[in-house]
Design a binder for this molecule. Structure first.
Ligand code: FPP
Length: 249
């Protein structure tokens, strides 16, 4: 990771430590446009996007945000040109291989959520290894949504719960939010407080539909490869100005 000036490593003075989000989710949009504006192939944008993600992870750790989730590949992204999909799968695998030592050194716990069984075998192996190796790390929880779709996640949870009811180990009236959450991919991960989406689109795009019921949404026009600590600072300032009422007055 590139060295940052000391001032950017510390929590900016205009942010309150006690009111930081405990979990930030990010939709990393605009990689393709970033590359196109420079006359480069779209994949260059994804490559630069990895640098933005690494720096955001480091920044969350430096500033005291204990959980970050990134939307790396949606169930809809299979519809992209085959070369781009293949590039992304290879990129995920390469990045995981390359960064595992650093994640260990930085005490990062990585988890993947999504329908992982549909990913290339070699990527699945690398995912398993990185999750296992980092499972006792605790400085920051980093979750990567890969082949993830919020609706699909909800349906697979319903199926699992329906099976329990069918076999008689659960009564329908016993089903509650806690039981439901235990069957989501994100089991054990707290809900995001803040969703950041880059490149101006104001949609959830099937991301963490259940988990983001009360998330604050921050949309910036900045394209993902240009999203840096200064941009994250702005998002956190906006978040701290919000009044979170969770449906109360
Ligand atoms: C959206 O931009 C971006 C993606 C679908 C891929 C994001 C993936 C990374 C940054 C790599 C992360 C790597 C690891 C290992 C977690 P877009 O292509 O939709 O951009 P556009 O809207 O401008 O076309």
């Amino acid at each position: 990771m590139t060295a940052k000036p000391i001032a950017l490593q510390k929590l900016p003075v205009d942010l309150e430590q006690s009111r930081l989000p405990q979990h930030v989710a990010v939709i990393m949009d605009g990689n393709g446009r970033w590359a196109k504006r420079r006359g480069k192939p779209r994949i260059m944008g994804h490559q630069r996007g990895v640098d933005s993600l690494k720096d955001l992870l480091r920044c969350c750790k430096d500033w005291g945000v204990p959980a970050l989730t990134a939307y790396a590949f949606s169930t809809e992204n299979w519809g992209r040109p085959m070369e781009e999909v293949q590039f992304l799968m290879t990129l995920f695998e390469r990045v995981l291989q390359r960064e595992l030592n650093e994640m260990m050194a930085e005490d990062v716990r990585i988890r993947f959520v999504g329908n992982l069984s549909a990913l290339p075998q070699s990527l699945q192996k690398q995912i398993e290894k990185s999750m296992k190796d980092t499972e006792n790390n605790s400085s920051i929880q980093f979750t990567v949504a890969t082949n993830y779709g919020g609706r699909e996640e909800i349906i697979q949870a319903c199926r699992a719960i329906a099976s329990l009811v069918k076999e008689g180990s659960l009564q329908p009236e016993e089903i509650n939010e806690a039981i439901f959450e235990n069957h989501l991919y994100t089991q054990g991960i707290i809900h995001p407080d803040l969703l950041i989406r880059t490149s101006g689109e104001m949609r959830l795009s099937n991301f963490l539909l259940w988990q983001m019921a009360y998330a604050e949404i921050y949309v910036t026009q900045t394209l993902w490869p240009d999203f840096d600590r200064g941009e994250f600072h702005k998002a956190l300032l906006a978040y701290q100005q919000r009044e979170r009422r969770f449906g109360k007055v």
